[in-house]
Write a protein that binds this ligand. Sequence first.
Ligand code: SF4
Ligand code: SF4
Length: 305
Amino acid sequence: MQKIPYIFDIKRYSINDGPGIRITIFFKGCPLHCIWCHNPEGISSSREKMYAVNKCIGCGYCIGECDNGALLKKPEGIATDTEKCIVCGKCTDICPSKAMEMSGKIWKKKDLMKEIMKECTLIDSSEGGVTFCGGEPLLYPEFLNEMLQECGDEELHRAVDTTLFAKWETVDMIGRNCELFLVDLKVMDEEKHKMFTGVSNKLILENIRKISDAGYNFWIRIPLIEGVNADEENIRASAEFIASLSNKPEWVNILPYHDIAKGKHKRLGSLYNPSQVVMSEPTQEKLEYALNMFKNENINAKIGG
Ligand code: SF4
Ligand code: SF4
């Protein structure tokens, strides 16, 4: 049976997810657990409830609506007993200030296509397109492929933002139905990659080499994080790896780390950076050092998306 994703966001007017102005569709579920994850609501493939205490007006409607007695008013806000909560969403439907919200909605393909096509004028005029990301969209290969085919029928430019932590057969199938892969290259050392993302980078590096050999168009994005991957050894190893590919990425985007995801983790009740690694933004000098390292290998690189 076809796996259907929960979609946790649809971002319009996106300018960092491929060329032009784009509409970006976010799928829930990811095989990686990066400690700096910017979209923590994309990690779990299930629907989740989020609570923003700063939006809560303390009306207590949510408590009255919950049949399971899962909500409790505390001095610090509304607490959810996750043992009792069945994530039915009734409390989020009644919340007048949207302090409580559900993350994750099932979309029928035809409705999702309609939503995408609402943006077609702006997409066309900016030579933009549609980007599928997550989480990891390749967790839903048939659904994704059908969406890509429908977008192709509408002559939209199609990008897939992926970890490439997937079987080659899946990557190859998706590659035939999109114009661009956006791939993160996080850490070159396998043990460190496991430590920071929860998985080995072997399959990812293999798949990057395969999409390059197959002639698929791709951009590589490097989230540069002091304390994780901004050391000279990793930057050099990344540049050497990319330089060794048979077909180079169209772009390498060096993306400086920021910690804006902290607030989202709080709303989800999940822990940001559970292993307490000291992470910080790279300095301008470090960003330029990385940029020059790639340029010296004749790689098209820039700072930012
Ligand atoms: S999602 Fe449903 S079960 Fe969970 S707290 Fe809200 S109303 Fe109660
Ligand atoms: S319904 Fe919304 S605003 Fe009211 S107490 Fe619950 S979370 Fe806060």
